[in-house]
Design a protein around this ligand. Structure first.
Ligand SMILES: *[C@@H]1O[C@H](CO)[C@@H](O)[C@H](O)[C@H]1NC(C)=O
Ligand SMILES: *[C@@H]1O[C@H](CO)[C@@H](O)[C@H](O)[C@H]1NC(C)=O
Ligand SMILES: *[C@@H]1O[C@H](CO)[C@@H](O)[C@H](O)[C@H]1NC(C)=O
Ligand SMILES: *[C@@H]1O[C@H](CO)[C@@H](O)[C@H](O)[C@H]1NC(C)=O
Ligand SMILES: *[C@@H]1O[C@H](CO)[C@@H](O)[C@H](O)[C@H]1NC(C)=O
Ligand SMILES: *[C@@H]1O[C@H](CO)[C@@H](O)[C@H](O)[C@H]1NC(C)=O
Ligand SMILES: *[C@@H]1O[C@H](CO)[C@@H](O)[C@H](O)[C@H]1NC(C)=O
Ligand SMILES: *[C@@H]1O[C@H](CO)[C@@H](O)[C@H](O)[C@H]1NC(C)=O
Ligand SMILES: *[C@@H]1O[C@H](CO)[C@@H](O)[C@H](O)[C@H]1NC(C)=O
Ligand SMILES: *[C@@H]1O[C@H](CO)[C@@H](O)[C@H](O)[C@H]1NC(C)=O
Ligand SMILES: *[C@@H]1O[C@H](CO)[C@@H](O)[C@H](O)[C@H]1NC(C)=O
Length: 669
């Protein structure tokens, strides 16, 4: 499930019943959110906020400090060994945590077309590629199932949502795209090591194979695989199939698809499919495995995969399902049990995948489907949660996970371009969960040899989990979490890390010193004052995609008498401990340059004195104006109407703030 489909439904409702659009219409569930999620700490601004979800100012209360049995010890030891450690994960790569970009917003996030790529997106990807070697990005989602590859679209567009043609019962609009979308992706890969997953339309069995034909030709080695079906276990529920549709029917359709692919001489690599991509809603993966699926289709399957969110916020979005309150949900994300409970149902499948020689992926996840929760999905707590959950997936032998990215109408985005008609004076908004992707890339690093272990630290206390990352059997990094918010400092903890049994500073002993980077914020509910190793992406509309500020890496000398290194972890906070200097270098530290050509641009506009946050909630930007794609007049393409101006605006805004702008030579002016 993704938010986008619901936004389309809402869009349809709006255009059908509420043609006289006004400020009340665009709230996209934000109003509902507040009815459900009102809390004592919601600011006045939040109470009256009618803008896009991506900039919602709601701040939740941090959960209470745990007491009694639940309270963690504030001092504990982690003893690690060189070699011989049991229970390590399979080998993981620094690209483990990537992104799933809803196909219908690809022309907002990646760029307008192949000659107009979003600079901030490139920078965001370059940050990750430098740390983890590569970035894996899926362009897909519910909209992939109805997508049609066409030769051209009016006005040189590469994507168009055909609202009028929306005929299926859940109103996912057919999406038209041109191969220039694929060319744009390829050009991105030429600048940064981004590799792609696509999806072949599965809304019916009149297979439309163009995306595979053109995708493999244009993307080449940068195409990792093609999803076949998106959450087929929900097809019957969403009325895309009849109500008897089960795993055997899906297997039959896969065989039909594979026959069509085999008969298509334009497809050179037929063995590229990713399946079954279950939501794990109506079916368990085992129900699919037990049809013989993997053995029967083995030669066509590049990966096995699922998609899953811990919960949903669909009621607030469009009034059906179970009402859920973000404040009530918040504590469910702020402990180690959450990630463990999400991964546990898949452990049998990751073992099964290994036994079949396949990698197992989480193709789409985030805090909650239908856009997430205000104040939760965009909080520091969510950043800690995504990091813990991702490390748990790696420990549980997933081979990768993709964080879903929607449009302006969701709370959970790792990054959001400015609304297109605000992009002359606004930059991108980087969500807290983007920091998680950055840190995960650093934690697993560039070696492609990392193995992950959940240390069960501090007697398995749920608020202070820790992982160790091994290379060639030896621990190289340690990841330490503190989920508690306690400004008094009384819930900070100090962990004593020891390695091997030998004398400190010797080959099989605790290192003489370690390097530490911290992820910090004053509270788990913090939305913008977040730093990773001293650097930040700032508040709403503040980023050109590069971290701001000076990187600070702590050097901590270890104690030669106790043979331990003492690391303090604030409440809340996260620390990544590098046990060797090589471990730091292998995480991409020290080389801050991007490799693509740059040009400096000077100020183009005259909006320097406007406070973006005032503008964001000012009357002029309220209402349908925040969401081009939801206003009736521009329903099919509104989101991109002004992107030409948008990219220019991005540059001018960046230039105004005195930052040298990375501008691609290929930009057309
Ligand atoms: C918005 O909704 C409120 C409450 O439903 C109503 O009082 C107000 O008149 C509406 N505003 C507009 C501009 O329609
Ligand atoms: C919301 O806006 C109205 C009108 O501007 C104002 O009277 C009211 O105090 C505001 N509510 C809050 C909670 O700020
Ligand atoms: C890409 O978009 C820009 C801006 O809208 C436009 O000028 C250009 O013609 C487009 N390029 C192609 C190849 O369609
Ligand atoms: C599947 O999608 C295509 C393109 O949007 C559409 O033409 C076709 O009618 C759809 N099939 C069904 C069964 O809805
Ligand atoms: C339901 O769909 C399956 C395959 O998708 C088909 O075999 C079956 O005949 C359909 N049943 C009805 C009642 O249409
Ligand atoms: C694990 O999956 C296999 C394959 O579907 C199945 O046969 C087995 O029963 C499952 N084991 C458990 C404990 O669920
Ligand atoms: C920890 O998270 C789990 C899973 O989300 C939740 O069920 C549990 O209530 C949380 N524990 C506390 C003490 O909040
Ligand atoms: C992950 O796979 C490795 C290698 O097969 C295995 O030893 C380990 O137990 C698995 N971990 C989990 C949590 O299932
Ligand atoms: C690690 O894997 C990525 C692809 O996932 C590759 O681009 C990179 O070169 C590999 N690095 C090493 C050191 O092998
Ligand atoms: C930002 O957070 C840090 C703690 O991470 C705190 O020391 C600092 O005072 C905060 N700054 C502001 C402006 O709130
Ligand atoms: C953005 O567009 C909307 C609707 O077209 C308009 O109401 C709003 O004033 C515009 N905002 C800016 C800053 O141009």
């Amino acid at each position: 499930m993704d938010a986008n489909r619901f936004s389309f439904l809402l869009l349809l409702l709006i255009s059908t019943f509420l043609a006289s659009a006004n400020a009340n219409i665009t709230v996209y569930g934000v109003t509902g959110q507040q009815i459900l999620g009102q809390t004592a700490t919601n600011t006045a601004a939040a109470a009256n906020y009618t803008g896009s979800a991506a900039y919602n100012p709601t701040v939740l209360n941090a959960p209470d400090i745990p007491t009694g049995d639940q309270a963690p010890a504030k001092q504990f030891t982690i003893q690690l060994q060189n070699g011989g450690t049991n229970g390590l994960s399979i080998i993981q790569e620094g690209s483990f945590l990537g992104f799933s970009i809803e196909m219908s917003v690809a022309n907002q996030i990646l760029g307008r077309n192949s000659s107009f790529i979003q600079v901030a997106f490139l920078n965001l990807m370059a940050n990750l590629a430098r740390r983890g070697g590569a970035v894996y990005v899926r362009v897909g989602g519910n909209t992939q199932d109805f997508a049609v590859l066409v030769d051209s679209l009016p006005d040189g567009k590469i994507l168009e949502k055909d609202i009028e043609g929306s005929s299926n019962p859940t109103n996912t609009p057919p999406l038209k795209f041109t191969e220039d979308l694929l060319v744009m992706m390829r050009k991105i890969s030429d600048f940064v090591n981004v590799r792609w997953y696509l999806g072949v339309p599965f809304n019916d069995t009149n297979w439309r194979l163009g995306i595979i034909e053109r995708g493999e030709q244009i993307l080449g080695d940068h195409l990792l695989g093609v999803q076949a079906a998106n959450e087929p276990d929900l097809y019957a529920g969403h009325l895309h199939r009849n109500n008897t549709y089960g795993p055997n029917d899906y297997l039959g359709e896969m065989q039909s698809l594979i026959s069509a692919i085999d008969a298509d001489s334009k497809i050179q690599n037929p063995n590229c499919l990713i399946a079954p991509n279950l939501a794990t809603g109506a079916w368990t993966p085992e129900m699919v495995w037990d049809t013989g699926f993997v053995d029967i289709l083995s030669s066509s399957l590049a990966y096995l995969a699922v998609e899953h969110y811990p919960t949903d916020n669909c009621f607030a979005q469009f009034g059906s399902g179970t009402p859920r309150d973000g404040q009530t949900e918040f504590p469910n994300y702020l402990n180690h049990t959450s990630g463990q409970a999400l991964v546990q149902p898949y452990l049998n499948s990751t073992a099964y995948a290994q036994s079949k020689g396949k990698k197992f992926l989480m193709m789409e996840t985030n805090t909650a489907s239908c856009g997430g929760f205000a104040g939760l999905s965009d909080s520091f707590g969510a950043a800690l949660w995504v990091l813990d959950y991702s490390m748990q997936m790696a420990y549980g032998n997933f081979s990768g996970a993709l964080l879903h990215v929607g449009g302006q109408n969701v709370f959970y985005n790792p990054f959001t371009p400015p609304p297109t008609n605000q992009s002359t004076f606004h930059q991108w908004t980087i969500g807290p969960v983007y920091y998680s992707t950055l840190i995960l890339a650093e934690s697993f690093g560039l070696s492609n040899q990392s193995q992950i272990l959940d240390l069960g630290a501090n007697s398995n206390n749920i608020y202070t989990p820790a992982y160790a990352i091994y290379e060639n059997g030896n621990p190289v990094r340690v990841a330490l979490f503190n989920y508690i918010t306690d400004p008094s400092g009384a819930s900070d903890y100090t962990v004593s890390i020891a390695v091997g049994g030998g004398q400190t500073g010797t080959a099989n002993g605790t290192p003489g010193q370690v390097k530490v980077k911290y992820l910090l914020a004053p509270s788990v509910s913090e939305k913008s004052n977040i730093t990773w190793a001293g650097q930040t992406f700032g508040d709403h509309f503040a980023s050109d995609g590069r971290p701001m500020g000076t990187e600070t890496i702590q050097t901590i000398p270890c104690d030669t008498s106790s043979n331990t290194c003492s690391i303090k972890v604030p409440a809340p906070g996260f620390a990544l401990v590098f046990l060797t200097d090589d471990a730091l270098v292998e995480s991409g530290s020290g080389d801050a340059t991007t490799t693509f050509p740059t040009t400096a641009y000077t100020k183009l506009g005259n909006t320097a004195t406007v406070d973006p946050r005032v503008l964001a909630t000012s009357n002029g930007d309220r209402g349908s104006g925040n969401l081009g794609s939801t206003s009736k007049g521009s329903a099919s393409n509104g989101a991109m109407d002004n992107s030409w101006r948008g990219v220019m605006g991005l540059m001018s805004a960046v230039a105004m703030s005195g930052v040298v702008v990375v501008v691609l030579d290929l930009l057309v002016w």
